[in-house]
Design a binder for this molecule. Sequence first.
Ligand code: MN
Ligand code: MN
Length: 460
Amino acid sequence: MEKELLNKKTCGWLKISNDVKEKIFNFCDGYIDFLNECKTEREASKYIIKQLENSGFKNIYTMDTLKKCDKVYMLNRDKSVYAAIIGEENITCGVNLVGSHIDSPRLDLKPNPLYEDAKLALFKTHYYGGIKKYQWTTIPLAIHGVVVKPDGSKTEIAIGEDEKDPVFTITDILPHLAGEQYEKKIGKAIEGEDLNVLIGSIPSNEDKIKENIMKIINEKYGITEVDFYSSELEVVPAFKARHLGFDKSMVAAYGQDDRVCAYASLKAILDASESKRTMVAIFSDKEEIGSVGNTGMCSQMFDLFMNEILNKKNENTPGALNKTYCNSIMLSADVGAGMDPNYQSASEKNNSSYIGYGVELNKYTGSRGKSGASDANAEFVAKVRNIFESNNIKYQVSELGKVDLGGGGTIAYILADKGMDVIDCGVPVISMHSPYEVTSKYDIYSAYEGYKAFLETNEK
Ligand code: MN
Ligand code: MN
């Protein structure tokens, strides 16, 4: 009786078969490799395109017409990717969409980064996304990105990952002398202008350290100081992604928000079987700063991709794009907050996610009185439940922390604004936005299975 009446939440690892456990662990080995290869949106885009092409996806601009089972992608300025598998039905019947983001919180170099101070050489940074600044000191850092010269030639940089590479770091005051710092509020203890990266200490023969470091950079990369103007260099943790725990049940790594959902949805569209409906995956950029700009979800670039599909399927009559959107369904594939045993007071235990309890659905996001929320309607939640329950996918429904404590959002509202039914669906994370985020392998695999079942569904 109790079993039928009450919603008993159980751990996904309970009574799991060895076969399934092995599948989950193997899947996450691939995920860990992906994290180590892709620490920026550019690297993730490159990886995603390679995987898509290996699976027969073609650049949409190389196709004149599209028909059932054709696989296409669009790469937007090397930073975001849209991919689709054309279904049997008309596009205007709507698509099944899973959308994640591949940018993560980090420190960007300023346009004039290089300086010397107190006999040392440093880079100035400007943080990107919501970080707790104190977490970025005294850890090994790597630098990834591109420098583009006025003639268009591009130098790619990734230093700090190889065992033989040097790393970089941001220093912090020793406890012996931290009296003043201890008096400050934690948010002010390390300020934005304190996030200066230590990059060298040997001066030239004329005792000029900045010049000497620039000389080394020039010899290695062929760039001069003015070339930093046209660069995008991102400072990221140099840690490797690792198995976490004696049972190796978790993943610890930088950038899991939201490359965990990006990887799970990439694998889902690669493995999805044919469907009546067209399947679409989005890997967007700039989510961490509001989805703005021409690689962010708010831009018209995704509309362009969908219009190209409609054109090439000869379906692009007036209003076709709107009709497509209004008939489409979407999982906004982004991470949620897992219950942290050290900070339980930030969560309301009946409505928070527990890592290892399955992929998480957030009916709504937003803050305070649901301000800025993308709130999925009950009918659509029921539809997603049906997809998950009929495919034996373990899921939990939660929200982000206690009421009035904070809040957050994803790309969900942007697609909901276009008329789609959208719900947030992703992997719960502990220590989100930190340099070392924690996820459960069980949830990562549940997300993959959930995304795949959603993409394959034939119900409108
Ligand atoms: Mn996210
Ligand atoms: Mn985030």
